[in-house]
Design a binder for this molecule. Structure first.
Ligand SMILES: Nc1ncnc2c1ncn2[C@@H]1O[C@H](COP(=O)(O)OP(=O)(O)OP(=O)(O)O)[C@@H](O)[C@H]1O
Length: 248
């Protein structure tokens, strides 16, 4: 991780959901930097604003106040279509707990999707998808459909799809939430390997201290605000300390 290179800054972000008879302040003046090559975990109580934060950074939702700075620049149009779609395609890879694969497409078609949407030439798509299949260990499953795969294999497809265009930022919302312990470890190792290979930055929401212990830093949210920041050292110590902070 390069401490000097801030790839993304979240500046004074606030988000209030309003409806008939209710108003929820999901984020209150949240600010932090994300470094190039960093895995940043986000933990916190249920309803503390973690998913809202990812939605805004991914331009799926708009804040009431505040800005996102990417490589030192604020893109004023990032929350307005069609620019929001362009921003996502160029900068963001999404990984979700529920994998979100297209069930009628094969493994290789799912992975190829972002390249097809980008208009990449067919020959180049083939080459890049074969490379990615090898990296995520799914070459022998390339023609299978998601329903024929285990949870861990499906998440490998989702990682391949999210990373095929090598986005600088990866947003992962509980990426191991549906997986058992061994499969979670396997998926975390794939994620960290890929991040290191492509020098990407990941923001990963998780409830699990074991998963957060893989991070370089952990942000703790409570009631829409950052209440603590933990800098990770060695993994076992991380887990103990994160557990203590999380239970406090
Ligand atoms: N679309 C929405 N409309 C109204 N309220 C919302 C909406 N999305 C989220 N909220 C509210 O905003 C707050 C923050 O929600 P968010 O999903 O960001 O929390 P979270 O930390 O991700 O929670 P969890 O860990 O349970 O997934 C909650 O009180 C939630 O009910």
């Amino acid at each position: 991780m390069s401490k000097n290179h801030v790839v993304l800054s979240v500046n004074n972000l606030s988000k209030t959901y309003k409806g008939v008879g209710y108003e929820v302040k999901a984020l209150k003046n949240v600010s932090f930097d994300l470094y190039k090559g960093e895995l940043l975990a986000v933990m916190g109580t249920s309803g503390s604003g973690k998913s809202t934060l990812l939605s805004i950074i991914g331009a799926l939702d708009e804040p009431n106040e505040g800005t996102i700075t990417l490589n030192g620049e604020v893109n004023k149009n990032m929350f307005t279509e069609p620019y929001a779609t362009d921003y996502r395609r160029e900068n963001i890879g999404f990984i979700f707990q529920s994998f979100n694969l297209l069930k009628d497409l094969t493994v290789e078609e799912n992975i190829a999707l972002p390249l097809i949407l980008k208009g990449t030439e067919e020959e180049e798509i083939d080459e890049q998808v074969q490379q990615m299949l090898e990296l995520v260990g799914l070459t022998d499953w390339r023609s299978h459909r998601p329903v024929q795969l285990s949870g861990g294999q499906q998440q490998r497809v989702a990682i391949g799809r999210a990373l095929i265009i090598q986005p600088p930022i990866v947003l992962a919302d509980e990426p191991t939430g549906n997986l058992d312990f061994n499969t979670s470890t396997d998926i975390l190792n794939v994620l960290v390997d890929m991040k290191n290979r492509f020098n990407q930055s990941i923001i990963m929401v998780t409830h699990d201290p074991y998963v957060a212990a893989y991070a370089d830093r952990v942000l703790f949210f409570h009631d829409g605000q950052i209440v603590d920041l933990y800098k990770c050292t060695d993994r076992q110590k991380n887990m103990d300390n994160i557990l203590k902070k999380f239970r406090r």
